[in-house]
Ligand binder design. Sequence first.
Ligand code: GMT
Length: 378
Amino acid sequence: MNIGITCYPTYGGSGAVATELGIALAHRGHQIHFITYKQPFRLTEFLPRIYFHEVDVGRYPLFEYPPYDLALAVRMHEVVLTHKLDLLHVHYAIPHATSAWIAREMLVKSRPDIKVLTTLHGTDITIVGQDPSFFPITKFSIEKSDGLTAVSHFLRDETLSAFGCTGCRIEVIPNFIDPIVYDRARYEPQFADMAKGRKVLMHVSNFRPVKRVRDVVDTYARVAKEIPSILVMVGDGPDRLDAEQQARDLGISDDVYFLGKLDSVAPLLASAHLFLLPTKSESFGLSALEALACGVPVIGCRTGGLPEVVRDGETGALCEPGDVEGMAKAAIDLLRDEEKWLVVSALAAADARARFGQDEVVSQYESFYTRALNGKVR
Ligand code: GMT
């Protein structure tokens, strides 16, 4: 198939999933065309059958807000015609599903067969899409897509109840990991100098308020009183400075390392003993899945789709959002008991592979595309 993929190309789970999907599909012989404003961050080298089409938004003094959504629609239209695309697969509804709908309308005469498929990732439904300024256009664009997928059952149900889409059928296709990349055995220990034999707790995110990064620091502060350990914080975003200040206020900043944004997290995860994700809302939790696949138990919150990824009491522990005491206790219990940690770690890696392995999930997308092209997914 000739497939157009649009996603947010900078750091973020939806862009990561879209890019990994494109790469995996290209390995299977499909032609993949990424259409976005910047090279996706996980697309770091030349790969056969993968092309990148940069969306350039024309500047004009009148435009206080340059119209990216229109420029994207125009580029989608052009790439569909030039490269004879079969379908446009957009990740994150806003504004990608709207731009794809515009492009499809522009193609009504020349390419009436082109399909628009939308994958819902999370905040496009749970936060941004429900803001009154975006709600009607999000609902419209979802209803106009030729096929819809959501990354968790939670997100599918949330979409149906929040948007009440009539006639919407949403397939759940979960996020996935490449078991060869997310493999603890593959990497050398990374933090020997910093950890000096102590346990390594880790958090990876975009440091947005929804991630509750202060709770990461608070949880760690409690753990550190009982277990010799360090905390490694990977990523960047609006709440980073706040978390850094929190570490200083609690007198633990010497043992909390803020690494900033990094392209490749697998080698880091492979050196961690626990992953902390005390998030307020998470439609799936790709970072948690990547940690589990590396044999890192996850301590997080019972929220959104996270319980579909982390098996509470088996591959990690989930508490209510804000329950830093509970999360710290769960972390201490696990880190104190080496035998138990080894069992949980092995189960986490096996369960991630069994339920979210790349081969199986990419086949689900291929099947979805084939059925969409035959008009069988709505
Ligand atoms: O977090 C966001 O604001 C958007 C989005 C992203 O681009 O990272 O994250 C969502 O999509 C990921 C990939 O499907 C999911 O793993 C995340 O759980 C989800 N984030 C939220 O629901 C907060």
